[in-house]
Ligand binder design. Structure first.
Ligand code: R5P
Length: 306
């Protein structure tokens, strides 16, 4: 297999390459002053199985364009199979018409990926599995729960010392939270969140616990992503109000669109545990941040696709 690294998450691509015991293939991505991007393939890919690791995190549109260029170049180079490995898929939250007349943007992403040449796609913790329905190519939708479950299990003693409770910050996460709690043999709780659909990132501050309790427990909020942090921070204050000893946050994708490390360091969480699906550069890191690698999970899935 020839494994190419897009520019959005080279450290993850390198770790996946190490897991697969293969060197990264040679390519070059240039970012121009106006924000445009241009990929150049250096290796010959004829009749090869190729995979491109590219998380479409901020700047999502440029990272998507780079992904499409890789697909197109690999198709031109007559690769045998072209696998898009997109640990974080931009626009996955726009998977339905929440209000009449809205764009279902992930459908467009699917069309562009397919027409640019990809024959297979690997995603991780999609916001909703509904996004998969827009793809005609085979999609492998990975779940990072086991990675987090192993991590939390090994580090149980680092979570305040009380009984753990896994908290879903909205009803949409109930199933994942129930599974994680089951694997760790602890309780779970569910918060009800109302999103204000007129304002993109705002939520109504009317959260309430609709299942389970957190009093006198160590609450671990478990979500697919942290973007502005509104969802997790609101759930954290609710948990503290309801008597949790401490609150921790565990989320697959560190979108961190608020961007300011001081904001996250001063948030109500004791620790913020994320995966390396999105690269968090040093200046954006903060003391409370812990990063768990999903490279072994992705490498294993790629081996199965060969
Ligand atoms: C939404 O339903 C997702 O599962 C996340 O809870 C949400 O997208 C996180 O976004 P933010 O950090 O901006 O609240």
């Amino acid at each position: 297999m020839k494994l190419f690294a897009g520019s959005s998450n080279q450290p993850l691509a390198e770790k996946i390459a190490q897991e697969l015991k293969t060197p990264l293939a040679n390519s070059e991505t240039v970012h121009f002053a106006d924000g445009e991007v241009r990929v150049r393939l250096i290796d010959n890919v004829k009749d090869e199985i190729c995979a491109v690791v590219q998380s479409t995190s901020i700047p999502g549109d440029a990272n998507l364009m780079e992904l499409y260029q890789f697909g197109d170049l690999l198709k031109q180079g007559r690769a045998k199979k072209i696998i898009a490995v997109v640990p974080y898929l931009a626009y996955a939250r726009q998977d339905k018409e929440h209000r009449e007349g809205e764009a279902v943007s992930v459908r467009l992403v699917a069309k562009f990926m397919e027409s640019s040449g990809y024959t297979d796609a690997v995603f991780l913790d999609l916001h909703s599995e509904n996004a998969v329905n827009f793809f005609k190519i085979p999609v492998l939708s990975l779940d990072a729960s086991q990675t987090f479950s192993c991590y939390l299990d090994q580090k149980r003693d680092d979570f305040g010392g009380g009984d753990l409770v896994i908290v879903a910050p909205d009803a949409g996460r109930k199933q994942e939270v129930e599974q994680l709690a089951g694997a760790l043999e602890v309780d779970y709780a569910v918060v009800k969140k109302e999103r204000n659909l007129d304002k993109t990132d705002e939520i109504n501050r009317e959260e309430r616990l609709i299942f389970g309790g957190v009093a006198q427990k160590e609450a671990i909020i478990f979500d697919d992503m942290i973007s502005t942090g509104s969802t997790a921070v609101s759930a954290a204050y609710l948990a503290l109000k309801k008597g949790a000893f401490h609150v921790f946050l565990c989320a697959t994708h560190a979108v961190l669109s608020r961007g300011d490390p001081f904001y996250w360091q001063n948030s109500p969480f004791e620790k913020i545990i994320v995966s390396d699906s999105i690269y968090v550069p040093k200046p954006k890191q903060f003391e409370k941040l812990e990063i768990v690698s999903v490279a072994p999970l992705i490498a294993k899935s790629l081996k199965n696709l060969l």
